[in-house]
Ligand binder design. Sequence first.
Ligand code: 1C4
Length: 437
Amino acid sequence: MNPPDGFVGGFREAAPYINHLRGKTLVIGIAGSLLQGPPLRRLAADLNLIASLGVRLVVVHGSRSQINRLAQADGLTPQYHQGRRITDEATLQYAKQAAGILRSDIEAALYSSFAQSPQRSKPISVASGNFISAKPMGVIDGTDMGYTGLVRKTDTEAVRQRLDDGAIVLISPIGHTLSGKTFNLSMGDIAEAAAVALQAEKLIYLIEQDGILDSDGRLITNLSAEEARRMMAKNQAAPRQERLLRYAVNAVGHGVGRTQILNGNDDGSLIRELFTRHGAGTSVARDAFVRIRQAHHDDIPAIMSLIRPLEEQGILLRRSREYLEDHIGSFSVLEHDRCLYGCVALKTFADPQSAELACLAVSPDAQAGGYGEMLLKHITDQARRKNIRRLFALSTHAGEWFAERGFQTASADDLPEERRRDHVEGGRNSKIFVYPL
Ligand code: 1C4
């Protein structure tokens, strides 16, 4: 086995994601608090890099913390109703001022990160403009929200034109009405509306927490729209997190592929989310019915009918019913609409740092739809949680599939002792792959 090579492995893992995202539109909403100092410089560098790979970027910036600072400098206390800012005349001026300063700072950061990167002869241009029209929020429960507005419409044609020209589109949280009035909008609203209007591949929110947290403060990595709705119904999310969940659910319910909520202070989180299997933060997906879960004894008949034909073709090892009954705890199954479409097992060894991805199968009628990739991600996440450092896979037919996903070729000598014995005695001559975690 070659020594684990972080760069080569990482590059191989990233390549399919780079190909997939080229030409796709991402809408990225960034909290105002991240848009200064080192976080802004790092984000600008990452945005430049992503745009240079041919990904179409629409960036929406927030301005909450900047508006608060301007108001507080004048001795004013920001007023909120139901978590929304009440915008009076003075606050509207702060909002305009903050938007102008932020736009200029972001442009400067994008420009300077370009200047430090060797890859281009010409900076990626930044297009801003009146892409968003607004309407007043009005009076809520007797409280006049003043110049706080809602998104009326996104000018998708204008945005698409700028994206076609190769620009990064930058949208400020300010909108105008046809009668020429200006309203203070929320970054979250605009990003959601733009993602839906543009039918974006992903809507991403960069915030100051790791993502959506459970009641014990632990990161929830995956939520279906249905699970997110349940969390909101049971008031299990803090108010600001609940708002993000609502945006996420609305967006995926209206055609956006996925919503991702990430920590923008975590250096490289955006790159990890887009170009690694592990991803980052919380992912909210539209499909409420596809899920991977721990297998139960009741699943054994369905697992057997999935794997028997593959065993007969010599693709999978033979596993008796007794074996499955004894080892069902190491199996996970993928189900769609309560039908089983895939399975995988994590086999552990005496060496606690090594494990094997085994018995991976996706039903023939569901192949090439990403289920194999989902099962692989599930098992690498599970292995990481168990502090496993090397994930092996042995295969007679699917070597390319693993190589394309960042696995490296290995030899029998690299396998844990007990697996090496079985491999040699079994005489299957399977190819051996390893994925360093
Ligand atoms: N080789 C290369 N590419 C393949 C491929 C293959 N055999 N099968 C599918 N692909 C490509 C598709 O063409 C598609 O490419 P595209 O169109 O996107 O460019 C892409 O992969 C689809 O990716 P996906 O994420 O949608 O994948 P799924 O189709 O959902 O699932 C499986 C991929 C390989 C899991 C699926 O095709 C399948 O179930 N195949 C039959 C079973 C199989 O080969 N499983 C791999 C087992 S290796 C054994 C054991 O029993 O433990 C043997 C151990 C031993 O000692 O030999 C394992 C691990 O279970 N080992």
